[in-house]
Structure formats: structure tokens, C-alpha cells
Design a protein. Structure first.
Lengths: 334, 425, 353
């Protein structure tokens, strides 16, 4: 049913699109005659590169400029040069592992919160995605249905996700009701520091595990069946099959999933912001929220500080992305 | 035939476009937020204005308080924004307000009736007319009379200290099985009145922020202790980070807490939502060692400097600032007016059958007379916001157990110093 | 029938024995079903409850509507909820509740409205039946401007996706089918873009948008998001597999480069385009932080920003918040039901090369 629908949509749009494309052909032929292949290459590349340039590259350079200027103004021309003042403020610490000994304790709180979140969340999501992929790959009936079940939360918007779970985890919410029914003491999940962290990790795993499970599932399906059949004939135990056959062959995919999850986890904001707002206190305050609040959400904004912090976050992301690209190269070669 | 069809299509399209655009009417946008029913009242008043002034269309953008706090400043910094805005951060954004003196019909009228708070909304030393206060508010407490009666506890009188008030509320909470004894809105402004009651002074002799003093410490340490003891409703303060605003009104409305420290702007909201669910009273501000003070404040309606239609804005402001309209607005929204003439004429017929409302309003009027000088100076002080932000962020961290009290005080001073430094660059 | 039963319950273990992997499998699937669908179902059920019901703890699964009785008090007739009450003398009765404060409810007998009987709340149970509080949806739908927000979200999503598909495919075409001097440099720039997500550039991006006059417009929300390096790489990978002979043959037939692009390459890339379209739709529909920063005029809010603001305004009026959350969820669920298969096979198919 869904393919028919997609085909219909495609057909409806195809005709006017083709007409539009055909009508541009004449002037483009002229352009091609005048400027040769090089001109056409430029034409094809231009729109994308203009957008990249204007909205990614130029802001990146401006970001550097912001990080060395001070004041509350949002426009560079109104700001004054202050050198490394912001970086000094962010990086001065007696003990970098203890935010309360730092000049900007909120920044380091955000950094270590994010680090803790990244480690726990990525490990959890990798394991759960792996398990889900394995199960979806096995002989279960109605596989399409089960795939849909796990993928459902991925489509929900972060605001919806945050609100659903805020509703369930609040003091008199469903989870506490279930706990009382099971004779356990209820917990104020979003108000107790450590539980709020667990909630943040849990909710973001819930919202994204389906996506990674699908990628791993594709990888699993690429593993030749005869390997498994041979193992079954030999009577190999399932655990051994997993560690000796599945994991080594799936490893490149798994690594890609881990790096993708890492990149996303470092930038975590949307669901957590709606779920806890950074609280209780600052225990779920993560880097992106820190940048947003310092740069935008307060009356006395500090865009320079926000820029400096975001450049540092960018540095971490560059390392991770280079890693991901390196891995893809290695996987394609293997 | 084809050409005629083509021409007809063009003509029809143009006619449609003409019809769609309002006939050269000037559009004035007002960014507004509501605590209670002010949005509907204002829309009604504006509809009447538009009926009499066909060449001006006024669009009332009723947004949430969060938008006014967080999004509006960004727009203003970009040199954009609505034409008029209802704002509580008056002084901190003073550079963005329009001087209405050339655009209003009678500047003297404005100076006479709204001059008292004019300094709250213009840069130091200026004599511009930038707008007016939609209401004057005073912070103070509300008590759930029915709960106190059921618990057999007397509501502490106007001279009771904070310790006594919290102890009484705690008794009620324990007897009635409630989740906490009292709650405060998550706001530095709310903390300031009680801090001043304990002798705090935020303003140093040179007009710059003074370090956190004993008065502040006395109240903040009490708040943290009451949170640890479960008397203060932890959820309100601990459930967000930074200086995000959270009101604790709903917990009071749902009869979950017997005592709620907020302010007079909540009266309409409480009347509507509580209905006759229970009896409630306004109690004024409890006493610290030095005073029994709340904080004055209110939301102002300000003209924005970047408007493209200043004359139209002037007309709208003249209408909304006129005595009859201010009187009607106040009566329907249950706000205390700021208009000197209206206040002196008296005889405000607040439109509510709820007996609690009239009593509460009188209580707040009485409380406004008890505002300490240290507190009233804050409304016109340009660094007030820096102080409030620091107070809120660090107190909430102390309540969550993340910072010790001494660390919190040190951080507050540091935050304020950083704000001052940035603003000076 | 028995064949179906065998099919549904097939297990790894031989005959009818349960292998431990079967147990784990079914537990996992069961847990998955409850955890993934459960919260959404709970959300929908809760959204139909009245505020009084929402405040109840322990909560009920289904929404109930209290039976009411009309009582005339002081000349006024009101509908008061009915309760089954156990009185202090042990007898049971049905009373109407006037109001409830703390642990004591003030109740009256409908036959004798003047006498108020005080009953502790633990001794009473509401008389009610399953019913849906549709008001939760109707009231805020006027206030919440749902239609406008929906339109904005759809506009942003559709426009962004179309632009993304066009620009990304053009760039991918140039990078896959042509050899030219600056090619590696361009690839490098795109890789660089991959490393700098929007969250790193928030502040300067906002000033660029403002300088272009796009702040507080939907185009300001759309334009920075259309250049997706993932999209370019995805399409490029796919286009690389298109044999060059096709293109050479077309050139010999005097086709222009543009014609080669839209007549030959683009249709052949359709599967990858479909996947990119799906990604783009999901990303743009769910965008939150950037629209939050760019938009401050209420009528321009996308659904996500609108819902967040709405939830912030109402603070704890959950009956409205829940209803509007469900309303925001519905378009996605509809798309999901119809296109789910398409989406999951698409993502799995490309395996995110």
C-alpha cells in the first residue's frame, strides 16, 4: 500500500517537474556553449556551495571573531576586541575535573555532564541497538511489525518525546504508580539529581535506538547465511556464534553507529531541554544548552563566551568526525 | 481568445492581491503576555480603538512570558521587534525604547500621571517618555484559609516573621498531608523583597552592585534550609537551570501547598482558577529583622525604538494610557493601576464577585505602603537584572545540593562582576 | 489454524522446548512493545481525562467522566459530581460533592442540599463511567493556533526538502561525474561542513541571518539547513555507480549536460533521492533549537516551537498540554502508518554509506 502511495505522489509531481526542467534547458545550453564544461560544473555546484559558504563557512570564521570580542552586542561591528579573555575565563581552573574550582563553573559542569552523558548513553544505545538488531534478524514472525515498533519513537519530535516522558516521570506520574503497585518506594525522577541523569539517558536512548538498530540490521543481513548454517550444523552455541562470526563481520557497521551516536550525543539538547530544562540544579545541563543560554536566552547575553565555548565543542566534533570518515574508508576497503 | 484569457487572469490576480492587502492601513504590532485574562480585555479595548481609527490596525500578539523574556531581547538586539511590547525587564533594555514625546498628544499629561515610574523605563538621566506601567504590582504572600482552618492553625498576622510564617504553614502541611509548606516563584525578583526585609542592600554607594551582604545571606540560607527540611516545595526551584522563570501558582491553586509567596498580579489568575474551591487571603510580606517588605514592580507597555510607524504608535499609546481606559482595564483585570489620576480619583469597581478578590487587593495596597527604600530603589536600578539572575541561578544550585552556601555567595558575586564587565565592553 | 499457531510460536529449540534465546527474544520484543508504544498510548489515554482525574493518584488507565446531579443551592442550579460515600455511622450513600480541600470533602445529599456533610476523602469513591473529555482538545485548538503552526511546519519541511534535493543532487552530480581541478578542495570543504554542525555556529549564524534580513522569517529557518553534507555524500555514492557509458552515449546524441542530469542521472538516483527526502522530512519536521532562536513572532512558530511555548505557558495544565502533544503527534503517526515500510527499508537499504 505504501509503495503505491509513494508512486502516486511521484507521478503527480513528475509532470510539472519535468516541464520545469525542460524549460530551463534552452538557456543552459547557451551557457554551456559559452563557458564549456567548466561553466556547467560551476552551475551544478554553485547553489550548494553558496549555501555552505554563507551558512557554514562564513559563520565559522565569524565565530572566531566573536570569541575574541567582548560585550553584549549581537553584531560584530558593535563589539570590541578583548583577545583571549573568554578562553581564559573558560579554561582557568585549579582542577579541571572539579567545576567548583573553575572560574566558569557552569561551563565545566556542562562539559563533564556532557562527557558522562556521552559515555553512558552511547554505550547503552550501542548495546540495546545491537540486541534489537540481532532479535529483528532472527526467525520471528511479522518482522515488519516489530521493526515498526522499535522505529516508532525515532519519528517523534524531541518536544513530544520530552513532554511524554515528563508526564510519565513526574512525581505523580505513571512510573511512580507502577512502583507503588509493586511495593517499591516512588522516586521523584526529575528532581533527584542522579535519577534525572538516568532519565535523560533513558529518554534519549528510547528516542533513537530504533534508528541505529535498523543500520545494524542492514549490516547483519549482509552477512552470508551459509556461515550461520554451517555453525548450526556444527552445533555451535549461540554466544560463540555471536562473538566469532557476527561481531567481527559487523564490527565496521557497529563502529560507524558508535561514532554517529557519539557525534549526536555531544550535541544533545532538544529532548533533555524539554524534559528537565537542565535541572535539577544543573545536573542535566549540557554543552549546547549552556551555549544557547549564555549566547541567547539571558537578558545580559555574552555571545563572545558562547562562541568560545562552541568553538571548543567544535574541536571535539572535528576529531570525532575525522574518526568517522577514517572508519568509513577502512570499512569500504575491507 | 488565448490573449484575452491571459489578460483576464492577470487582472483577476491583481484584484485578488489588492483585496488581500489591507488598504494602506498602518499596522501596529503589540507583543503581549498574560497572567490572567488581560489578553482578552486588551483585545476588546483594541477592537474599540480600531473601530474609531480605521486607518490603524493593531495586532495583539499574545505570547508566553518565556517569549518576552528570551526571544524579545534577541529581536531587539537585532534592531527588530514589535512596535509595542509588554515587558518586565524595563531598565535593562532601556536603550531599545522609543521616546514618545513628539508622538503623544500631551506630554505633560504623561509626565503628570506616569512620571512616578518613568525612571524605571528609561536610561539614567534621560527624561524621555517611553511608555507606562500596565499595573503596579507588589510581591506578597497568599494563604489557603480553608486549609489553615481545617488544620486548626491561625494565619500569622502582618507582623509575623518569616520563621513564624513558615512554621505555621508547616503545621498545616503536616496535619493535612500536603506535599510542602510553601512555595516561592523561581525568580530573583521574588527573593529580593524578603532579602531586603532582612537588611540587604544591593546597591553600593557608587551605584554599582554591592557584594552579597548579610541580609541576602540570611534569607538565602533560610530558603536552602527550608528546602532541605522539605518545607519549601523543591520542584519549583530545582526543576530548571539558569535563570528560567517558573511560577508555583498551580500548586497553590490545586491546594497542594497552604502558603504561596508571589504577588498581586496573580489575583485575577487565582480568582478564575480557584473559583470557590477554597477561601484564600493575601497576607502581605512576612518580616525579616529590618522590614516587612515586598518588591514593587509590574509590567510596562513600552514603545520600541525600531518601529516604522511612530505616529500610529503614539496614537495607540495615547488611547491605552487615557484615564478611562486605564480605569476600565484595571477593573476588568483586577490590577492595581499606575495612573496617578485614576488612583487619586479612587472608586475602582473591580469586576469580580469573588469576595476574596476585594480583600486581597486591599491587602496589597496596604502592603505597597510597607515597601522598604532599599527595595523600591531596585526598580529603577540598571543592574537589578544582573543581581536577580545571579540570585536565582546560584540559590537554585544550593537548593539542589550542588553548591555549599559559601560557594553560592562567592559565585553570585562573580556572576554579577562578569555581567558588569561584559556590559562595559 | 494449527499451522498458524506453529508459525507464530516457532522457536529455536527443537520440538516444543524453549531455548534460552527464544525466551530472551520474546522478552525483548514484549518489553520493546510496551516501552515503545506504551508511553504514546498512555499519552493519548491521559489526554482525554479531566484535570481532576489527572490529579488523581493512583491514576486510572481509561478516562472516566463523573456522573453528575443537578443541585439547587441558594437559587443557583449546579451540576455536582456524584460519589459513593461511606458515612461515619458505617452506612453507604450517594452524595454530591460541593468542594474538596485537603483531606476533607464537603458533600451534600441532593435531596437535602442545605446540610453540608464533611467526609474524609478516603471514604468516598466517584460514580463514573468511561468517557472522553473532548474539551481538552477543543479549547486549546482555538488558543493554540494549531492550524497555523501545522502550516508553518509543513511549509518549512516541504520547501527545505525540495531545495535540499535539488541542490544536493546537483552538487553530487558535479562531484561524481566530472573530473576537474578543484574537486578535492570542494570535497574537503563539504567534509569540513560535516564537522561543523549548526549548534557550533549558533551565534554567528544568527548574525548572518540578521544581516540578510532573514531573522524572524521562515526562510531564515529553512536556508541554513538545506546544505546537508550527508545528503551530498549519500547521493554521490549512489551516482558513482551509474555507468559512465550511459552518459557518454547521451553526449554523443547531442544532449546538453543539464539534460543528462535531469533525464538520465536523476531518475536513476531515485532510490537514494527517496531516502534523502525521508531524512530531510524527518530532520526538518523535528528541528527545534534553530527555529526557537530565529522565530519570535507567534504566527511563524513551527509546531515544535509552538508546542514548547504552549507547554511553558500552561506550566502544569496538563490536560491541555497532553491534548496538544497528541495533536502534534498525529501527522507523524499518519505518515508513519502509511510510509513506515518505505522508510525503514530505505534507511536499512542504504546502510548509511
Amino acid at each position: 500500500m505504501s509503495f503505491a502511495l509513494a508512486n502516486t505522489i511521484g507521478a503527480v509531481f513528475a509532470a510539472p517537474v519535468r516541464w520545469l526542467a525542460a524549460s530551463i534547458d534552452a538557456p543552459l545550453r547557451l551557457w554551456q556553449r559559452l563557458t564549456g564544461k567548466g561553466g556547467m560544473i560551476a552551475f551544478f555546484l554553485m547553489p550548494n556551495m553558496i549555501v555552505f559558504g554563507t551558512f557554514v563557512i562564513i559563520p565559522l570564521f565569524i565565530n572566531f571573531a566573536y570569541s575574541v570580542t567582548g560585550g553584549n552586542e549581537l553584531f560584530l561591528t558593535d563589539r570590541s576586541f578583548v583577545g583571549t579573555q573568554h578562553f581564559d575565563r573558560l579554561l582557568t581552573c585549579d582542577n579541571h575535573f572539579d567545576p567548583s574550582s573553575c572560574r566558569d563553573d557552569l561551563f565545566w559542569t556542562a562539559v563533564w555532564n556532557t562527557a558522562r552523558f556521552v559515555v553512558v548513553q552511547v554505550t547503552t544505545i550501542a548495546i540495546v541497538a545491537m540486541g534489537t538488531a540481532l532479535i529483528l534478524n532472527s526467525k520471528i514472525p511479522a518482522r515488519g511489525f516489530w521493526r515498526a515498533v522499535f522505529f516508532f519513537p525515532v519519528l517523534l519530535s524531541p518536544v513530544v518525546v520530552g513532554l511524554i516522558w515528563r508526564w510519565i516521570l513526574q512525581r505523580q506520574g505513571l512510573l511512580n504508580f507502577v512502583m507503588i503497585e509493586m511495593d517499591l518506594t516512588p522516586v521523584n525522577w526529575l528532581i533527584e539529581r542522579d535519577w534525572a541523569f538516568v532519565a535523560a539517558v533513558g529518554v534519549s536512548v528510547w528516542a533513537h535506538v530504533g534508528f541505529y538498530a535498523l543500520i545494524l540490521l542492514a549490516g547483519l543481513q549482509a552477512i552470508p547465511r551459509d556461515l550461520y548454517e554451517a555453525a548450526e550444523m556444527d552445533g555451535t552455541r549461540p554466544a560463540r556464534v555471536f562473538f566469532r562470526i557476527t561481531l567481527p563481520l559487523l564490527w565496521p557497521n557497529l563502529l560507524v553507529v558508535i561514532v554517529l551516536a557519539l557525534i549526536r550525543a555531544v550535541q544533545i539538547f532538544d529532548e533533555v531541554y524539554v524534559l528537565t530544562g537542565g535541572g535539577p540544579g544543573t545536573s542535566t545541563l549540557y554543552l549546547t544548552q549552556y551555549i544557547y543560554e549564555i549566547g541567547f536566552a539571558s537578558i545580559l547575553r555574552n555571545p563572545g563566551l558562547a562562541s568560545a565555548a562552541s568553538l571548543m565543542m567544535g574541536g571535539v566534533l572535528i576529531v570525532l568526525t575525522l574518526g568517522q570518515l577514517g572508519l568509513q574508508r577502512w570499512r569500504d576497503r575491507a | 481568445m488565448k490573449r484575452t484569457a491571459y489578460r483576464l487572469t492577470i487582472a483577476a490576480a491583481m484584484a485578488a492581491i489588492m483585496a488581500a492587502s489591507p488598504a494602506l492601513a498602518e499596522e501596529v504590532r503589540i507583543m503581549w503576555y498574560s497572567d490572567g485574562n488581560e489578553g482578552e480585555v486588551m483585545q476588546d479595548l483594541l477592537d474599540r480603538f480600531m473601530a474609531d481609527n480605521k486607518d490603524i490596525t493593531v495586532v495583539l500578539d499574545n505570547v508566553s512570558y518565556q517569549v518576552v523574556q528570551e526571544q524579545l531581547p534577541i529581536s531587539l538586539a537585532a534592531g527588530e521587534g514589535p512596535d509595542i511590547a509588554r515587558v518586565t525587564n524595563l531598565k535593562a533594555q532601556a536603550e531599545h525604547w522609543l521616546d514618545l514625546t513628539p508622538y503623544v498628544a500631551d506630554p505633560e499629561y504623561w509626565r503628570a500621571n506616569f512620571g512616578g515610574q518613568a525612571d524605571w523605563m528609561r536610561p539614567d538621566g534621560s527624561d524621555a517618555i517611553t511608555g507606562f506601567m500596565t499595573q503596579l504590582t507588589v510581591t506578597g504572600g497568599f494563604a489557603n484559609k480553608t486549609l489553615y482552618e481545617q488544620a486548626g492553625v491561625e494565619i500569622p498576622g502582618p507582623d509575623a516573621s518569616w520563621d513564624e510564617v513558615v512554621a505555621a504553614a508547616d503545621q498545616v502541611a503536616k496535619s493535612q498531608g500536603l506535599i510542602a509548606a510553601f512555595a516561592l516563584d523561581r525568580s530573583g525578583h521574588r527573593l529580593s523583597g524578603p532579602a531586603v526585609s532582612f537588611g540587604a542592600n544591593f546597591i553600593a554607594d557608587d551605584g554599582m552592585p554591592a557584594p552579597v551582604d548579610d541580609g541576602v545571606k540570611a534569607f538565602v540560607s533560610r530558603m536552602v534550609q527550608w528546602t532541605e527540611e522539605g518545607k519549601n516545595l523543591k520542584d519549583v526551584w530545582v526543576s530548571a537551570a539558569g535563570s528560567t522563570y517558573r511560577a508555583a501558582a498551580d500548586d497553590f491553586i490545586n491546594a497542594q501547598i497552604p502558603y504561596y509567596y508571589s504577588g498581586s498580579w496573580q489575583i485575577a489568575n487565582l480568582a478564575t482558577k480557584i473559583g470557590n474551591g477554597f477561601d484564600w487571603v493575601a497576607t502581605g510580606s512576612p518580616c525579616g529583622g529590618a522590614a516587612c517588605s515586598g518588591m514593587a514592580g509590574g509590567a510596562g507597555l513600552l514603545a520600541v525604538k525600531y518601529t516604522k510607524v511612530p505616529e500610529a504608535v503614539g496614537k495607540v499609546m495615547d488611547y491605552l494610557g487615557s484615564a478611562e481606559i486605564v480605569k476600565e482595564f484595571s477593573e476588568r483585570t483586577l490590577f492595581l493601576p499606575a495612573h496617578k489620576g485614576v488612583v487619586e480619583a479612587g472608586n475602582l469597581d473591580f469586576q469580580s464577585d469573588d469576595p476574596n478578590v476585594k480583600a486581597a487587593l486591599s491587602a496589597f495596597v496596604a502592603a505597597s505602603g510597607k515597601i522598604a527604600p532599599n527595595a523600591s530603589a531596585l526598580s529603577a536600578w540598571k543592574w537589578a537584572n544582573a543581581y536577580y539572575g545571579a540570585l536565582v541561578t546560584r540559590t537554585s544550585q544550593a537548593m539542589a545540593g550542588e553548591l555549599t552556601l559559601d560557594d553560592a555567595y562567592a559565585r553570585m558575586n562573580d556572576d554579577i562582576a562578569e555581567q558588569v564587565k561584559q556590559a562595559g565592553q | 489454524m494449527s499451522r498458524i499457531a506453529t508459525f507464530l510460536t516457532r522457536r529455536r529449540g527443537d520440538g516444543g522446548r524453549w531455548h534460552w534465546t527464544d525466551v530472551v527474544t520474546w522478552l525483548w520484543l514484549g518489553a520493546g512493545l510496551i516501552l515503545m508504544f506504551g508511553p504514546a498510548i498512555w499519552l493519548v489515554l491521559s489526554s482525554f481525562k479531566t484535570p481532576a482525574q489527572l490529579a488523581e493518584f493512583p491514576p486510572t488507565i481509561l478516562p472516566y467522566v463523573s456522573e453528575t446531579v443537578a443541585v439547587t443551592l441558594n437559587g443557583e442550579t449546579r451540576n455536582l459530581p456524584l460519589y459513593d460515600v461511606i458515612l461515619s455511622d458505617g452506612s453507604a450513600d450517594q452524595l454530591a460533592e460541593l468542594r474538596r480541600v485537603g483531606t476533607v470533602a464537603q458533600m451534600i445529599d441532593p435531596a437535602d442540599p442545605e446540610t453540608v456533610i464533611k467526609v474524609p476523602i478516603t471514604d468516598r469513591r466517584p460514580v463514573r463511567e468511561v468517557g472522553f473529555a473532548w474539551d481538552n482538545y477543543l479549547k486549546p485548538l482555538e488558543a493554540f493556533n494549531f492550524g497555523q503552526y501545522l502550516y508553518n511546519s509543513v511549509f518549512v519541511t516541504v520547501t527545505a526538502t525540495i531545495i535540499t534535493l535539488i541542490t544536493n543532487s546537483m552538487a553530487a552530480f558535479a562531484l561524481s561525474k566530472y573530473e576537474f581541478r578543484g574537486r578535492n578542495a570542494v570535497l574537503l570543504i563539504i567534509v569540513a561542513t560535516l564537522m561543523i554542525p549548526l549548534s557550533v555556529n549558533l551565534v554567528p549564524l544568527y548574525s548572518v541571518i540578521s544581516t540578510l534580513g532573514l531573522q524572524n522569517t521562515l526562510w531564515g529557518v529553512i536556508l541554513p539547513t538545506v546544505a546537508t553534507p550527508t545528503g551530498v555524500f549519500l547521493l554521490r555514492q549512489y551516482m558513482l555507480t551509474i555507468p559512465d557509458e550511459l552518459i557518454e552515449a547521451a553526449r554523443m546524441d547531442k544532449a546538453s549536460e543539464w539534460q543528462i542530469y535531469y533525464r538520465i542521472v536523476l531518475p536513476l538516483t531515485a532510490p537514494a533521492l527517496a531516502v534523502l527526502a525521508i531524512f530531510s522530512v524527518v530532520w526538518r519536521w523535528n528541528d527545534f533549537l534553530w527555529p526557537l532562536i530565529v522565530l519570535s513572532r507567534k504566527e511563524l512558530f513551527t509546531l515544535q516551537v509552538g508546542l514548547n511555548t504552549f507547554a511553558g505557558e500552561l506550566n502544569v495544565q496538563w490536560h491541555y498540554i497532553l491534548a496538544m502533544t497528541v495533536a502534534t503527534m498525529i501527522p507523524v503517526v499518519i505518515v508513519f502508518v502509511f510510509l513506515q515500510r518505505f522508510i525503514t527499508t530505505g534507511i536499512a537499504g542504504t546502510g548509511l554509506k
